[in-house]
Design a binder for this molecule. Structure first.
Ligand code: ADP
Length: 163
């Protein structure tokens, strides 16, 4: 009984963040943000947004599998998928923070509008981590472009990503 209460209390006060995205596929840029995010939060939920109007290169199962295999030894990282608004998903899983990465001014303008909208509609705070200089040029869309032309994409993604 006391143990149950203690666990419930602990879980409630854990600082958790949702890191939402398409992760089509996960790249070393995402990995960098996640590895730095776990130093700030007790748990990171990598949340793969399902969007029926978007054409993905990798299936949802593949995208989940790439992330799970990469972080299999890190108990602070979980993978989930969701549809609908990110703020609704955060409420559902009881998380108060959204984690996002910033690469450039285009990201900044987009992320500013998203974060301000989310703050307007909920109490959620968005925490931004600035991209590392070694991975700032990497994006899932560049990886997909390289793959579609048969190029060597392996240097841009974790080992768990395969065709
Ligand atoms: P979305 O479909 O929401 O753009 P992505 O999977 O492309 O999802 O990206 C998810 C998050 O990861 C975004 O906050 C994005 O800015 C961040 N991100 C992607 N690539 C990098 C990178 N190279 N460095 C830092 N952040 C990145």
């Amino acid at each position: 009984m006391y143990l149950c209460n203690a666990i419930t209390m602990f879980t409630r006060y854990m600082k958790k963040a949702v890191f939402p995205g398409s992760f089509d596929p996960i790249t070393l840029g995402h990995v960098d943000i996640i590895n730095r995010g776990v130093t700030l939060f007790d748990e990171i939920i990598i949340a793969i947004g399902e969007n029926s109007s978007k054409d993905f290169m990798f299936s949802l199962e593949q995208r989940i599998n790439f992330i799970e295999r990469k972080f299999k030894d890190n108990p602070k990282v979980r993978v989930m998928n969701y549809s609908g608004l990110t703020i609704d998903f955060c409420k559902e899983v009881g998380v108060d923070f959204i984690l996002r990465g910033l690469r450039n001014p285009v990201d900044f303008e987009f992320e500013k509008a998203m974060a301000q909208t989310n703050r307007h509609l909920s109490a959620l705070e968005t925490v931004f981590l600035l991209t590392s200089s070694q991975t700032s040029f990497i994006s899932s869309s560049i990886v997909r472009e390289i793959i579609s032309h048969g190029g060597d994409f392996k240097k841009l993604v974790p080992n768990s990503v395969s065709l």
